[in-house]
Design a protein around this ligand. Structure first.
Ligand SMILES: Nc1ncnc2c1ncn2[C@@H]1O[C@H](COP(=O)(O)OP(=O)(O)OP(=O)(O)O)[C@@H](O)[C@H]1O
Ligand SMILES: [Mg+2]
Length: 260
């Protein structure tokens, strides 16, 4: 996929995700969300805990089934596809989670973990998987020696780098990053963010970047969506939203955030 193709990479329209709770109580986690993500853009989603950021991300990828609405990826309506038809698209849209333990089996080697997605997306299986894994590890700043190690033997930052390498092995177009550095020490956060920004540039990736860290969002994102109780209360360029917040909730979020 080319970053320079015209039109948005993602077009989300009227996306709604409702969870059924106990006693028939419903949670509207995402309510009527509409937005575009342009090629090569980093669009951030901010909001307090429980505002629906992760559900929005998961719904876009259909890791959670949206109740209503449309998600178009480079013109293809992903919400109209059945599971089987959706499968080939999955590789183009990869998700990076806050806690790589959630996506990396602790007892598998790095080699196994990074090569595993190729078993599903067989057309992407390299001729020499071992060499390709080493290459991917280098791309994320890891020495080849970690290839035989297990996630338990790695630091949090290294685990996240492995998770990124694993995603890159599918040659994705879009990365959906859900609090990708929130679980890491501050010094490590900066390194992983630097890596993500460098990869975005060099590979022409498009990012949907979820974070509650406004200082970080200001650094990495070109546009921002502010979510509150499942609703977009404000969207705009990062500069505009930070310099001239129009919504009351956005103002309170900014006021509560140190180091801005
Ligand atoms: N699988 C689920 N089943 C039922 N309710 C859910 C489920 N996942 C999320 N919710 C509810 O949906 C709402 C939004 O949750 P979500 O995890 O999307 O918020 P978030 O903005 O990602 O929060 P955080 O910053 O803590 O990660 C919350 O009220 C949450 O309790
Ligand atoms: Mg979340």
């Amino acid at each position: 996929m080319q970053a320079d193709q015209p039109g948005p990479v993602l077009e989300v329209r009227g996306l709604r995700t409702v969870f059924d709770g106990r006693g028939g109580r419903e949670t509207v986690a995402v309510d009527d969300a509409s937005f575009d993500v342009a090629p090569g853009q980093c669009l951030a989603v901010v909001g307090e805990s429980g505002s629906g950021k992760s559900t929005l991300a998961r719904s876009v990828l259909r890791l959670v089934e949206p109740t209503a609405g449309r998600v178009r990826y480079r013109g293809t309506d992903l919400t109209a596809l059945d599971r089987r038809a959706l499968r080939p698209y999955r590789r183009h849209l990869q998700m990076i989670f806050q806690d790589p333990y959630a996506s990396l089996h602790p007892r598998q080697s790095v080699l196994r973990l990074v090569s595993e997605p190729w078993r599903i997306h067989r057309d992407l299986m390299p001729e020499d998987p071992c060499a390709r894994v080493a290459e991917l590890l280098e791309q994320v700043g890891m020495p080849p020696a970690v290839i035989d190690m297990h996630p338990t033997q790695l630091s949090g930052g290294q685990r996240q780098r492995v998770a990124i390498a694993r995603a890159l092995g599918l040659e994705p177009d879009v990365l959906v990053l859900d609090e990708p550095v929130s679980a890491l020490d501050v010094s490590i956060q900066a390194q992983v963010i630097a890596l993500l920004m460098e990869l975005q540039q060099s590979l022409g990736l498009t990012y949907l970047f979820i974070s509650h860290d406004l200082a970080l969002v200001r650094l990495v994102a070109s546009e921002v969506i502010v979510m509150h109780h499942g609703v977009f209360v404000e969207t705009g360029t990062t500069e505009r939203v930070f310099e001239d917040p129009r919504d009351e909730y956005t103002r309170s979020l900014l006021a509560a955030s140190p180091h801005l």
